[in-house]
Write a protein that binds this ligand. Structure first.
Ligand SMILES: *Cc1c(COP(=O)(O)O)cnc(C)c1O
Length: 394
């Protein structure tokens, strides 16, 4: 037998974290890493945040799980809190981002079904998008590495170029249900939608009776310095998928919708065994409390600006390697002149700095949202030392 007990779908590196302390991870061998990856934009409050730890301990001792067969005072409270801080009127809770996107797709199809247009099921999505790994969500991307060997995928998806409004418009036909788009693409390379593109999609939705579905699994929930990334654009969605930062490390996702968009989601149309259980709701409430406390978003914005300008100042000193910085708030991408994967490994293995590669040539920088200036200096020192010591592959 050569297969490993952990199904070998991840090329795991030699960093083997066993403990976290704030913005730091400690490996099995005692090494310390500055964690500017945050479990890919998940650990928004760092590791071991006392408010989260306390909420989990208390709720676990009180009531962890009951079925959605029963009333949920915890779920009602957290859903109301999300409605209060968003465009939405209603929320379905999931355990992951992909499930939140699945719920969004189902909600959009049911909307047209309930409106007497069952033939309007097609979702238009965008090149380099990432929406998760279920059969439905891989049907909404054009990335071969995620699709190959899993065909036939779900019918009713069409992928057109990101940030190309004319292509999006041309793809609309009488079977179209809506658009599914990340306001800032994460896995695709920290690529923000242009304002013209996102506002244009909203306009096309209004003109054609379509639904705008935003995937804010990575870019939402305070990551960019606003509660939701679409607030930067002044665009309001009909449906939104949230996850990652919403649970700050606890598996939690949510599909948010307006009352109109959710009109098809009636008794029996959707469900989840774990989704929205009391433990998840307690964590969600605790995290939301921290993120909406006065000054939290302002700190994300301020730290984002500092980090960005520090990164920009590094570029001329290492211009054989670094090209540009993009992104918003604390969702930043350092674009390299070369492939990023090997450089990310170099920073990790030789300089104790954790980042994530994105696209082909981008180093994704996703620190916990609770960083202060000392973490930024630490990151910049390590990055700059890493750039000096890095031997660009021939
Ligand atoms: C991570 C991610 C997902 C999938 O979330 P999972 O929790 O891994 O299922 C979906 N969309 C975007 C934009 C993501 O970044």
């Amino acid at each position: 037998m050569t297969i490993t007990p952990l199904m070998p779908v991840y090329p795991r590196c030699d960093v083997r974290p066993v403990r976290g302390e704030g913005c730091w991870l400690i490996g099995e061998d005692g090494r310390r890493f500055l964690d500017f990856a945050s479990g890919i934009a998940v650990n928004s409050l760092g590791h071991g945040h006392p408010v989260v730890v306390d909420a989990i301990a208390k709720q676990a001792a009180t009531l962890m799980h009951v079925s959605n067969l029963y009333g949920s005072p915890q779920g009602e409270r957290f859903a109301q809190a999300l409605v209060d801080v968003s465009f939405a009127d209603t929320v379905f809770f999931t355990n992951s981002g992909a499930e939140a996107v699945e719920c969004a797709i189902k909600t959009a199809r049911r909307y047209h079904y309930a409106g007497g247009n069952p033939g309007r099921f097609k979702i238009i999505s965008f090149s380099n998008a990432f929406h998760g790994r279920t059969l439905g969500t891989i049907s909404a991307t054009n990335q071969p590495k995620m699709r190959d060997g899993f065909e036939p995928l779900l019918p009713g998806f069409e992928v057109v170029p990101f940030n190309d409004l004319a292509a999006a418009e041309a793809a609309i036909d009488d079977r179209t249900a809506g658009f599914l788009v990340e306001p800032i693409q994460g896995e695709g390379g920290v690529l923000p939608a242009t304002p013209e593109f996102l506002t244009g999609l909203r306009r096309l939705c209004d003109e054609h009776g379509l639904l705008l579905i935003l995937d804010e699994v990575q870019c939402g929930y305070a990551r960019t310095g606003k509660m939701w990334a679409h607030e930067h654009y002044g665009v309001t969605p009909d449906i939104l998928a949230s996850a990652k930062g919403i649970g700050a490390g606890f598996p939690l996702g949510a599909c948010l919708a307006t009352e109109n968009a959710a009109k098809g989601m009636v008794f029996g149309t959707h469900g989840s065994t774990y989704g929205g259980n009391p433990l998840a709701m307690a964590v969600g409430e605790a995290v939301l409390g921290v993120v909406t406390a006065p000054g939290f978003l302002e700190n994300v914005t301020a730290m984002g600006e500092r980090l960005r300008s520090a990164l920009e100042q590094l570029i001329p000193n290492h211009d054989h390697l670094f090209e540009s910085v993009r992104g918003k708030g604390l969702m930043l991408g350092l674009r390299l002149k070369i492939e990023s994967r090997d450089f990310v490994a170099h920073l990790r293995d030789n300089h104790g700095l954790l980042t994530v590669s994105a696209g082909d040539q981008v180093v994704r920088i996703l620190p916990p949202l609770v960083i202060d200036e000392s973490h930024i200096s630490e990151c910049i020192e390590r990055l700059s030392a890493g750039a000096r010591s890095y031997k660009v592959p021939a």
